[in-house]
Design a protein around this ligand. Structure first.
Ligand SMILES: [Zn+2]
Length: 111
């Protein structure tokens, strides 16, 4: 995959991540921590509309590192994503190389 393609994919993922951030902000205070929230798959496929229901603490764990993304099981792109955590329902992936640099530049929340 060349740099331009990696960049395009990374920008798609940033859009999904921003949508998830908006969703996360709408979660009421009283929401039970273990109750899954239907976050969007943050994979590089712009047509992907898979919901990835995870508990808020899982999402927060992903978001704590700007290079990490939440994707549906099997949606990882091995050429620029390293597997961090796999479950039957979702995977946490970490960007590598140019994809990681772009991801770090697209942090939607204050550090
Ligand atoms: Zn996906």
């Amino acid at each position: 995959m060349d740099d331009a393609a990696v960049e395009r994919v990374a920008r798609n993922e940033a859009v999904f991540r921003q949508a998830n951030e908006r969703l996360r902000r709408r979660v009421p205070e009283a929401h039970a921590l273990e109750e899954p929230i239907p976050f969007l798959c943050e994979c590089g496929d712009e047509r992907c509309t898979t919901a990835v229901p995870v508990a808020l603490d899982v999402y927060e764990r992903v978001r704590a590192d700007a290079t990490r993304f939440l994707v549906a099981a099997g949606h990882r792109e091995p050429s620029y994503e390293r597997l961090v955590e796999a479950t039957p329902d979702y995977e946490i992936v970490e960007k590598i190389g140019r994809a990681a640099e772009i991801a770090v530049g697209y942090v939607p929340r204050a550090l």
